[in-house]
Design a binder for this molecule. Structure first.
Ligand code: ZN
Length: 277
């Protein structure tokens, strides 16, 4: 009996210790997975996701587009670091993936981001609009959403092996690390965020963008464009992980007056220096 109840008690202790609050919104979060672990798994997952894209010659191959995305993202990350200074040491990265038909963007734990060329070209995005997308994605990392979702996965039956790893099982480290990376990819790239995480990322994202000098009016406009572009063709990847609703646009529009003082501030906007290209 001891063998089966001890891990349960240990798991319970982790759950009790695992409640935290999100930055900016203060929303209560269940955190069973240490963020450091989610970041490590995401770093591995990021390399695995990007390798075949690089082999296909579709990674950062448009220098002008890459420079544009870098410039905008660097200003947003500099603002993110203001909320969580320890994230300055993260190896924040942004990849521009050359897929003209794909409307998507994502960010894993530890600030490992990607945006697809299709969303920029098809929606004819302005810098302000790109900033809203990347601000939203950065907000997911800043508010530890991948970590939170890995925690939720761990709490479910399907992720028992990850639980075993975290509770100190003697399982093979390499295999466990691979599995953690797979979970990081699944929750960070493929599965939709919860509604609470989405509205939190909207709320934090528009603020990061305004503080980085990007017009908050672009936020509801971006979602309108997204819906217009995909309405006729069915779902885009981005909309499948970021469900659109008129409520969402209205909530962003409501935030604009509150964001304008940040946007109107004339002090120079700092930029994060990417450690890895
Ligand atoms: Zn999102």
């Amino acid at each position: 009996m001891m063998r089966s109840t001890m891990p349960y008690l240990a798991a319970l202790a982790v759950i009790v210790a695992g409640c935290q609050n999100a930055p900016v919104t203060g929303r209560n979060q269940l955190m069973l997975v240490p963020e450091s672990q989610a970041i490590e798994a995401s770093s591995q997952a990021y390399a695995e996701v990007l390798a075949p894209i690089q082999q296909a010659g579709k990674l950062n191959d448009n220098a002008a587009m890459k420079a544009r995305v870098d410039k905008i993202t660097a200003r947003l990350v500099a603002q993110a670091v203001q909320y969580r200074p320890e994230t300055e040491s993260w190896d924040w990265q942004v990849a521009v993936i050359d897929e003209p038909k794909t409307l998507n963007a994502w960010c894993m734990a530890g600030g490992k981001m990607a945006i697809y060329s299709g969303i920029i070209t098809q929606l004819e995005l302005s810098d302000d609009e790109i900033a809203q997308i990347m601000g939203h994605e950065i907000a997911h990392a800043l508010a530890k959403h991948t970590t939170e979702r890995m925690s939720t996965a761990m709490a479910s039956q399907t992720a028992l092996q990850i639980g075993a790893m975290l509770l100190g099982s003697k399982g093979t480290g390499g295999a466990m690390a691979l599995q953690a990376a797979a979970v990081a990819t699944t929750v960070g790239v493929q599965l939709p965020n919860s509604r609470a995480q989405e509205s939190e990322a909207d709320r934090i994202g528009i603020e990061l963008a305004a503080k980085a000098g990007y017009d908050p009016h672009a936020a509801p406009r971006l979602w309108g464009k997204m819906l217009e572009a995909t309405g006729s063709r069915g779902q885009s990847d981005f909309l499948s992980t970021h469900p659109q609703s008129e409520k969402r646009q209205a909530a962003l529009a409501e935030l604009i007056p509150q964001m304008m003082p940040y946007f109107d501030d004339k002090t120079p906007r700092p930029a994060y220096r990417f450690k890895t290209a």
